[in-house]
Design a protein around this ligand. Structure first.
Ligand SMILES: Nc1ncnc2c1ncn2[C@@H]1O[C@H](COP(=O)(O)OP(=O)(O)O)[C@@H](O)[C@H]1O
Ligand SMILES: [Mg+2]
Length: 139
């Protein structure tokens, strides 16, 4: 699953998320990096649907975290863009969220520096000439 992918539109992003979901085995911590609008939340939509949930994935921009129950475990989707202080990271109780039935998908991990679990995957997304380019690595 590691590698670089060119995604011409949002549907490609969701399909990649579905394929990626097949390699996830709890526990996992996935960092999702990339600018605003790069497609991180769209990828999460694909991952959650690939894990068998038909829940509508909404951006946790204001709530900081949204949870989805899936057949493969509990997905914790975090967006740390609005984090103002290390206390807020603390309040997310990330340690309690890292158990053997959890998948953490973390947008803007750089805003939670120091307070986050070590990633098992890193996905970086950037704007291309057309669509987006995505790089998946296992750090
Ligand atoms: N591969 C792609 N090519 C073009 N647009 C895309 C692609 N993937 C997602 N998008 C679109 O980009 C916009 C921002 O996506 P979103 O997932 O909210 O980004 P982020 O969570 O990184 O801020 C949405 O309108 C989405 O449909
Ligand atoms: Mg987002």
């Amino acid at each position: 699953m590691e590698g670089e992918y060119k995604l011409l539109g949002p549907d490609d992003t969701r399909v990649l998320g579905q394929s990626f979901s097949a390699v996830l085995k709890c526990p996992e911590v996935v960092y999702l990096e990339g600018d605003l609008g790069a497609g991180k939340t769209t990828l999460v939509q694909g991952i959650v649907s690939g894990l068998g949930s038909d829940a509508a994935v909404v951006s946790p921009t204001y709530t900081l975290v949204e949870e989805y129950l899936t057949a493969a475990g509990v997905v914790h989707h975090l967006d740390l863009y609005r984090i103002q202080s290390p206390d807020e990271v603390e309040s997310l109780a990330l340690r309690d969220r890292c158990d053997n039935e959890s998948i953490l998908l973390i947008e803007w991990p750089e805003r939670g520096a120091g307070g986050l679990p070590i990633p098992s995957w890193k996905i970086s997304m950037r704007y291309g000439d057309q669509g987006r380019t995505v790089c998946i690595t296992r750090p």
